[in-house]
Design a protein around this ligand. Structure first.
Ligand code: DAH
Length: 360
Protein backbone atom coordinates (compact mmCIF):
# COMPACT_ATOMS: atom_id res chain seq x y z
CA UNK A 1 0.00 0.00 0.00
CA UNK A 2 2.94 2.33 0.60
CA UNK A 3 3.74 1.80 -3.11
CA UNK A 4 0.28 3.07 -3.89
CA UNK A 5 0.64 6.19 -1.76
CA UNK A 6 4.08 6.93 -3.32
CA UNK A 7 2.55 6.56 -6.79
CA UNK A 8 -0.31 8.85 -5.69
CA UNK A 9 2.04 11.57 -4.41
CA UNK A 10 4.26 11.32 -7.47
CA UNK A 11 1.35 11.47 -9.96
CA UNK A 12 -0.46 14.33 -8.20
CA UNK A 13 2.84 16.26 -8.00
CA UNK A 14 3.35 15.73 -11.76
CA UNK A 15 -0.21 16.98 -12.39
CA UNK A 16 0.42 20.08 -10.31
CA UNK A 17 3.75 20.70 -12.05
CA UNK A 18 2.35 20.50 -15.62
CA UNK A 19 2.50 24.08 -16.91
CA UNK A 20 0.62 23.61 -20.18
CA UNK A 21 -1.93 21.25 -21.68
CA UNK A 22 0.57 19.15 -23.65
CA UNK A 23 2.62 18.37 -20.52
CA UNK A 24 -0.57 17.55 -18.62
CA UNK A 25 -1.60 15.10 -21.30
CA UNK A 26 1.79 13.38 -21.00
CA UNK A 27 1.12 12.93 -17.25
CA UNK A 28 -2.32 11.48 -18.03
CA UNK A 29 -0.88 8.98 -20.52
CA UNK A 30 1.88 7.96 -18.04
CA UNK A 31 -0.72 7.22 -15.35
CA UNK A 32 -3.94 6.22 -17.11
CA UNK A 33 -2.88 5.45 -20.70
CA UNK A 34 -2.71 1.89 -22.12
CA UNK A 35 0.71 1.37 -20.58
CA UNK A 36 0.15 3.77 -17.69
CA UNK A 37 1.20 3.02 -14.09
CA UNK A 38 -2.36 2.98 -12.67
CA UNK A 39 -3.65 1.00 -15.65
CA UNK A 40 -0.94 -1.60 -14.91
CA UNK A 41 -2.15 -1.88 -11.28
CA UNK A 42 -5.75 -2.33 -12.43
CA UNK A 43 -4.61 -5.10 -14.77
CA UNK A 44 -3.04 -6.96 -11.82
CA UNK A 45 -6.43 -7.20 -10.03
CA UNK A 46 -7.46 -10.07 -12.31
CA UNK A 47 -4.64 -12.21 -11.00
CA UNK A 48 -5.50 -11.68 -7.30
CA UNK A 49 -7.63 -13.86 -5.06
CA UNK A 50 -11.13 -12.46 -4.39
CA UNK A 51 -10.12 -11.32 -0.90
CA UNK A 52 -7.01 -9.53 -2.02
CA UNK A 53 -8.93 -8.00 -4.85
CA UNK A 54 -11.59 -6.53 -2.57
CA UNK A 55 -9.09 -4.45 -0.58
CA UNK A 56 -6.66 -3.53 -3.37
CA UNK A 57 -9.43 -2.91 -5.95
CA UNK A 58 -11.13 -0.23 -3.86
CA UNK A 59 -7.78 1.51 -3.17
CA UNK A 60 -6.60 1.43 -6.81
CA UNK A 61 -9.99 2.64 -8.13
CA UNK A 62 -9.99 5.44 -5.54
CA UNK A 63 -6.50 6.45 -6.73
CA UNK A 64 -7.68 6.36 -10.36
CA UNK A 65 -10.68 8.59 -9.50
CA UNK A 66 -8.51 11.01 -7.55
CA UNK A 67 -5.96 11.30 -10.36
CA UNK A 68 -8.72 11.70 -12.98
CA UNK A 69 -10.29 14.50 -10.97
CA UNK A 70 -6.92 16.23 -10.41
CA UNK A 71 -6.22 16.04 -14.16
CA UNK A 72 -9.64 17.60 -14.92
CA UNK A 73 -9.17 20.46 -12.50
CA UNK A 74 -5.64 21.16 -13.71
CA UNK A 75 -6.80 21.11 -17.35
CA UNK A 76 -9.57 23.65 -16.63
CA UNK A 77 -7.04 25.87 -14.82
CA UNK A 78 -4.50 25.74 -17.69
CA UNK A 79 -7.24 26.41 -20.28
CA UNK A 80 -8.35 29.51 -18.40
CA UNK A 81 -4.77 30.75 -18.04
CA UNK A 82 -4.11 30.19 -21.77
CA UNK A 83 -7.23 32.15 -22.70
CA UNK A 84 -6.26 35.01 -20.38
CA UNK A 85 -2.78 35.17 -21.91
CA UNK A 86 -4.23 35.19 -25.44
CA UNK A 87 -6.75 37.92 -24.66
CA UNK A 88 -3.97 40.02 -23.20
CA UNK A 89 -1.68 39.50 -26.19
CA UNK A 90 -4.44 40.20 -28.76
CA UNK A 91 -5.83 43.27 -27.08
CA UNK A 92 -6.71 46.02 -29.52
CA UNK A 93 -6.60 49.76 -28.97
CA UNK A 94 -9.76 50.89 -30.72
CA UNK A 95 -8.80 54.53 -30.27
CA UNK A 96 -5.85 54.20 -32.71
CA UNK A 97 -6.39 55.92 -36.11
CA UNK A 98 -7.20 53.63 -39.07
CA UNK A 99 -4.29 52.92 -41.42
CA UNK A 100 -5.43 53.82 -44.97
CA UNK A 101 -5.63 50.88 -47.42
CA UNK A 102 -3.44 50.93 -50.56
CA UNK A 103 -6.40 51.69 -52.79
CA UNK A 104 -7.04 54.82 -50.71
CA UNK A 105 -3.51 56.20 -51.00
CA UNK A 106 -3.09 55.71 -54.78
CA UNK A 107 -4.24 58.53 -57.05
CA UNK A 108 -5.65 58.73 -60.59
CA UNK A 109 -3.67 61.07 -62.86
CA UNK A 110 -5.72 64.08 -64.06
CA UNK A 111 -5.25 62.97 -67.68
CA UNK A 112 -6.73 59.54 -66.93
CA UNK A 113 -9.52 61.28 -65.05
CA UNK A 114 -10.29 63.53 -68.03
CA UNK A 115 -10.21 60.54 -70.42
CA UNK A 116 -12.81 58.88 -68.19
CA UNK A 117 -14.93 62.03 -68.00
CA UNK A 118 -14.91 62.56 -71.79
CA UNK A 119 -15.74 58.89 -72.34
CA UNK A 120 -18.62 59.07 -69.84
CA UNK A 121 -20.11 62.12 -71.60
CA UNK A 122 -19.92 60.67 -75.12
CA UNK A 123 -20.96 57.18 -74.01
CA UNK A 124 -24.13 58.81 -72.70
CA UNK A 125 -24.74 60.16 -76.21
CA UNK A 126 -24.36 56.69 -77.74
CA UNK A 127 -20.68 56.78 -78.78
CA UNK A 128 -18.37 53.76 -78.64
CA UNK A 129 -14.65 54.00 -77.92
CA UNK A 130 -12.25 53.03 -80.74
CA UNK A 131 -8.52 52.60 -80.33
CA UNK A 132 -5.49 52.33 -82.58
CA UNK A 133 -1.73 51.83 -82.17
CA UNK A 134 0.71 54.59 -81.24
CA UNK A 135 3.06 53.42 -84.02
CA UNK A 136 1.26 54.13 -87.29
CA UNK A 137 1.88 53.86 -90.99
CA UNK A 138 2.39 56.99 -93.06
CA UNK A 139 -0.61 55.86 -95.09
CA UNK A 140 -3.08 55.95 -92.14
CA UNK A 141 -1.58 58.98 -90.42
CA UNK A 142 -1.42 61.07 -93.61
CA UNK A 143 -2.21 59.68 -97.05
CA UNK A 144 -5.67 58.20 -96.39
CA UNK A 145 -6.53 61.39 -94.53
CA UNK A 146 -6.05 63.31 -97.76
CA UNK A 147 -2.59 64.71 -97.06
CA UNK A 148 -1.10 64.37 -100.58
CA UNK A 149 2.58 63.26 -100.63
CA UNK A 150 4.79 66.34 -100.33
CA UNK A 151 1.92 68.54 -99.09
CA UNK A 152 3.15 71.21 -96.64
CA UNK A 153 0.52 70.16 -94.07
CA UNK A 154 2.64 67.06 -93.45
CA UNK A 155 5.60 69.22 -92.43
CA UNK A 156 3.44 71.06 -89.93
CA UNK A 157 3.00 67.86 -87.97
CA UNK A 158 6.63 67.69 -86.71
CA UNK A 159 6.60 63.94 -87.07
CA UNK A 160 8.79 61.37 -85.26
CA UNK A 161 9.75 58.90 -88.01
CA UNK A 162 11.28 55.46 -87.53
CA UNK A 163 14.09 54.22 -89.74
CA UNK A 164 12.71 52.55 -92.92
CA UNK A 165 12.04 48.81 -92.57
CA UNK A 166 13.14 46.06 -95.00
CA UNK A 167 10.33 47.02 -97.42
CA UNK A 168 11.40 50.66 -97.30
CA UNK A 169 8.30 51.62 -95.27
CA UNK A 170 8.84 54.39 -92.77
CA UNK A 171 6.60 53.97 -89.71
CA UNK A 172 5.94 56.93 -87.44
CA UNK A 173 4.55 57.84 -84.03
CA UNK A 174 1.03 59.02 -84.78
CA UNK A 175 0.85 62.82 -84.77
CA UNK A 176 -2.88 62.86 -84.10
CA UNK A 177 -5.73 60.46 -83.27
CA UNK A 178 -7.24 60.93 -86.74
CA UNK A 179 -5.74 57.64 -88.11
CA UNK A 180 -8.15 55.84 -85.77
CA UNK A 181 -10.94 57.34 -87.93
CA UNK A 182 -9.38 55.58 -90.90
CA UNK A 183 -9.07 52.28 -89.03
CA UNK A 184 -12.69 52.53 -87.88
CA UNK A 185 -14.11 53.30 -91.33
CA UNK A 186 -12.08 50.50 -92.90
CA UNK A 187 -13.46 47.92 -90.46
CA UNK A 188 -17.00 49.11 -89.62
CA UNK A 189 -20.04 49.79 -91.71
CA UNK A 190 -21.95 53.06 -91.20
CA UNK A 191 -23.72 54.25 -89.15
CA UNK A 192 -20.54 54.96 -87.16
CA UNK A 193 -20.38 56.90 -83.92
CA UNK A 194 -17.03 56.65 -82.12
CA UNK A 195 -14.61 58.61 -80.03
CA UNK A 196 -10.91 57.78 -80.12
CA UNK A 197 -8.96 58.90 -77.06
CA UNK A 198 -5.22 58.31 -77.07
CA UNK A 199 -1.57 59.34 -76.95
CA UNK A 200 -0.10 61.42 -79.76
CA UNK A 201 3.46 62.59 -80.53
CA UNK A 202 5.21 65.52 -82.19
CA UNK A 203 8.80 66.78 -82.05
CA UNK A 204 7.88 69.87 -80.13
CA UNK A 205 8.94 70.90 -76.65
CA UNK A 206 8.37 74.23 -74.94
CA UNK A 207 6.14 75.71 -72.26
CA UNK A 208 2.94 74.83 -74.08
CA UNK A 209 4.04 71.72 -76.01
CA UNK A 210 5.32 68.32 -74.92
CA UNK A 211 6.60 65.68 -77.39
CA UNK A 212 3.93 63.31 -76.12
CA UNK A 213 0.43 64.63 -75.56
CA UNK A 214 -3.19 63.44 -75.68
CA UNK A 215 -6.13 63.90 -78.02
CA UNK A 216 -9.71 62.75 -78.36
CA UNK A 217 -11.04 62.28 -81.85
CA UNK A 218 -14.72 61.98 -82.68
CA UNK A 219 -16.33 60.55 -85.80
CA UNK A 220 -19.95 60.29 -86.91
CA UNK A 221 -20.85 58.78 -90.28
CA UNK A 222 -24.40 58.18 -91.48
CA UNK A 223 -26.72 59.35 -94.23
CA UNK A 224 -27.56 62.78 -92.87
CA UNK A 225 -24.99 63.84 -90.19
CA UNK A 226 -24.38 67.58 -90.62
CA UNK A 227 -22.62 70.58 -89.09
CA UNK A 228 -25.74 71.51 -87.12
CA UNK A 229 -25.60 68.13 -85.34
CA UNK A 230 -21.89 68.67 -84.68
CA UNK A 231 -22.48 72.11 -83.21
CA UNK A 232 -25.15 70.82 -80.82
CA UNK A 233 -22.98 67.87 -79.84
CA UNK A 234 -19.96 70.04 -79.03
CA UNK A 235 -22.05 72.48 -77.02
CA UNK A 236 -23.56 69.68 -74.98
CA UNK A 237 -20.10 68.24 -74.47
CA UNK A 238 -18.60 71.53 -73.27
CA UNK A 239 -21.46 72.16 -70.84
CA UNK A 240 -21.18 68.67 -69.39
CA UNK A 241 -17.39 68.69 -69.25
CA UNK A 242 -16.91 72.12 -67.70
CA UNK A 243 -19.97 71.51 -65.51
CA UNK A 244 -21.65 74.82 -66.41
CA UNK A 245 -25.25 75.59 -67.39
CA UNK A 246 -24.41 77.49 -70.53
CA UNK A 247 -21.45 77.99 -72.86
CA UNK A 248 -21.14 80.24 -75.86
CA UNK A 249 -19.12 78.80 -78.73
CA UNK A 250 -17.65 80.43 -81.81
CA UNK A 251 -17.08 78.52 -85.04
CA UNK A 252 -14.36 79.93 -87.31
CA UNK A 253 -13.52 78.70 -90.83
CA UNK A 254 -10.21 76.86 -90.97
CA UNK A 255 -8.30 74.25 -92.94
CA UNK A 256 -7.61 70.56 -92.36
CA UNK A 257 -6.89 68.25 -95.32
CA UNK A 258 -9.34 65.63 -94.03
CA UNK A 259 -12.40 67.86 -93.59
CA UNK A 260 -14.33 70.19 -95.87
CA UNK A 261 -15.58 72.59 -94.73
CA UNK A 262 -13.18 72.81 -91.77
CA UNK A 263 -13.92 74.72 -88.63
CA UNK A 264 -12.07 75.77 -85.48
CA UNK A 265 -14.06 76.13 -82.31
CA UNK A 266 -13.52 78.65 -79.52
CA UNK A 267 -15.41 78.82 -76.27
CA UNK A 268 -16.34 81.96 -74.43
CA UNK A 269 -14.43 82.62 -71.22
CA UNK A 270 -13.34 85.25 -68.76
CA UNK A 271 -9.67 85.48 -67.77
CA UNK A 272 -8.89 87.20 -64.53
CA UNK A 273 -5.39 87.03 -63.14
CA UNK A 274 -4.34 83.41 -63.52
CA UNK A 275 -7.94 82.21 -63.40
CA UNK A 276 -10.22 81.32 -66.28
CA UNK A 277 -14.00 80.88 -66.16
CA UNK A 278 -16.31 79.46 -68.81
CA UNK A 279 -19.86 80.44 -69.65
CA UNK A 280 -19.14 84.16 -69.05
CA UNK A 281 -16.78 86.97 -70.13
CA UNK A 282 -15.56 88.49 -73.39
CA UNK A 283 -12.53 86.33 -74.19
CA UNK A 284 -12.38 83.30 -76.47
CA UNK A 285 -10.32 80.16 -76.11
CA UNK A 286 -9.62 77.73 -78.96
CA UNK A 287 -10.54 74.18 -77.95
CA UNK A 288 -10.80 72.00 -81.04
CA UNK A 289 -10.80 71.50 -84.79
CA UNK A 290 -13.63 69.85 -86.69
CA UNK A 291 -15.51 69.66 -89.95
CA UNK A 292 -17.38 67.50 -92.44
CA UNK A 293 -15.31 64.44 -93.39
CA UNK A 294 -13.74 65.08 -96.81
CA UNK A 295 -15.18 62.99 -99.66
CA UNK A 296 -11.64 61.79 -100.49
CA UNK A 297 -11.24 60.40 -96.95
CA UNK A 298 -14.55 58.53 -97.19
CA UNK A 299 -13.52 57.12 -100.55
CA UNK A 300 -10.03 56.17 -99.29
CA UNK A 301 -11.72 54.23 -96.48
CA UNK A 302 -14.18 52.36 -98.70
CA UNK A 303 -17.26 54.47 -97.94
CA UNK A 304 -19.32 55.87 -100.81
CA UNK A 305 -19.55 59.68 -100.40
CA UNK A 306 -22.69 59.74 -102.54
CA UNK A 307 -24.44 57.59 -99.96
CA UNK A 308 -22.85 58.60 -96.67
CA UNK A 309 -21.56 61.74 -95.03
CA UNK A 310 -20.32 62.67 -91.61
CA UNK A 311 -18.37 64.93 -89.33
CA UNK A 312 -15.28 64.61 -87.18
CA UNK A 313 -13.50 66.59 -84.53
CA UNK A 314 -10.17 66.47 -82.73
CA UNK A 315 -9.47 67.97 -79.36
CA UNK A 316 -6.32 68.35 -77.27
CA UNK A 317 -6.93 66.72 -73.92
CA UNK A 318 -4.05 68.13 -71.90
CA UNK A 319 -5.21 71.68 -72.32
CA UNK A 320 -8.82 71.07 -71.35
CA UNK A 321 -7.56 69.08 -68.34
CA UNK A 322 -5.36 72.03 -67.32
CA UNK A 323 -8.23 74.47 -67.78
CA UNK A 324 -10.74 72.42 -65.84
CA UNK A 325 -8.49 71.56 -62.94
CA UNK A 326 -6.35 74.70 -62.73
CA UNK A 327 -3.08 72.92 -63.53
CA UNK A 328 -0.50 75.67 -63.96
CA UNK A 329 2.20 73.98 -66.10
CA UNK A 330 1.73 71.45 -68.90
CA UNK A 331 5.08 69.79 -68.19
CA UNK A 332 3.99 68.80 -64.67
CA UNK A 333 1.59 66.32 -66.29
CA UNK A 334 4.55 64.28 -67.49
CA UNK A 335 6.96 64.64 -64.56
CA UNK A 336 5.73 61.76 -62.40
CA UNK A 337 6.25 63.81 -59.23
CA UNK A 338 4.50 62.05 -56.34
CA UNK A 339 3.83 65.25 -54.43
CA UNK A 340 2.10 66.71 -57.50
CA UNK A 341 -0.05 63.63 -58.13
CA UNK A 342 -1.05 63.51 -54.47
CA UNK A 343 -2.24 67.10 -54.74
CA UNK A 344 -3.87 67.06 -58.19
CA UNK A 345 -4.79 63.36 -58.48
CA UNK A 346 -8.24 61.79 -58.02
CA UNK A 347 -9.42 59.08 -55.67
CA UNK A 348 -9.49 55.70 -57.43
CA UNK A 349 -13.00 54.66 -56.43
CA UNK A 350 -14.67 57.94 -57.39
CA UNK A 351 -15.34 56.98 -60.99
CA UNK A 352 -16.74 59.84 -63.08
CA UNK A 353 -20.34 59.38 -64.19
CA UNK A 354 -22.88 61.88 -65.47
CA UNK A 355 -25.40 60.82 -62.84
CA UNK A 356 -22.97 60.80 -59.91
CA UNK A 357 -20.95 63.85 -60.95
CA UNK A 358 -17.90 63.98 -63.17
CA UNK A 359 -15.31 65.49 -60.89
CA UNK A 360 -16.54 64.10 -57.58
N1 DAH B 1 -6.10 65.96 -86.28
C1 DAH B 1 -6.13 67.39 -86.05
C2 DAH B 1 -4.85 67.83 -85.34
O1 DAH B 1 -4.26 67.08 -84.66
C3 DAH B 1 -7.31 67.76 -85.20
C4 DAH B 1 -8.57 67.58 -85.95
C5 DAH B 1 -9.13 68.62 -86.65
C6 DAH B 1 -9.21 66.35 -85.98
C7 DAH B 1 -10.30 68.47 -87.36
C8 DAH B 1 -10.40 66.17 -86.67
C9 DAH B 1 -10.91 67.25 -87.36
O2 DAH B 1 -11.06 65.04 -86.71
O3 DAH B 1 -12.09 67.11 -88.09
O4 DAH B 1 -4.47 68.95 -85.49
Amino acid sequence: MSDLSALRDETLAAVAAASEEGALDAVRVAALGKKGSITALLAMLGKMSPDERRGAGAAINALKDEVTQALGERRALLKGAALDARLKAESLDVTLPVRPAGIETGRIHPISQVFDEVTAIFADMGFAVAEGPDIESDDYNFTKLNFPPGHPAREMHDTFFFAPDANGERKLLRTHTSPVQVRTMLTQKPPIRVICPGRTYRTDFDQTHTPQFHQVEGLVIDKSANLGNLKWLLEEFCKAFFEVKDVKMRFRPSFFPFTSPSVEVDIQCRRRGGEIRFGEGEDWLEVLGCGMVHANVLRNCGIDPDEYQGFAWGMGLDRIAMLKYGLPDLRDLFDGDLRWIRHYGFRPLEIPTLAGGLSG
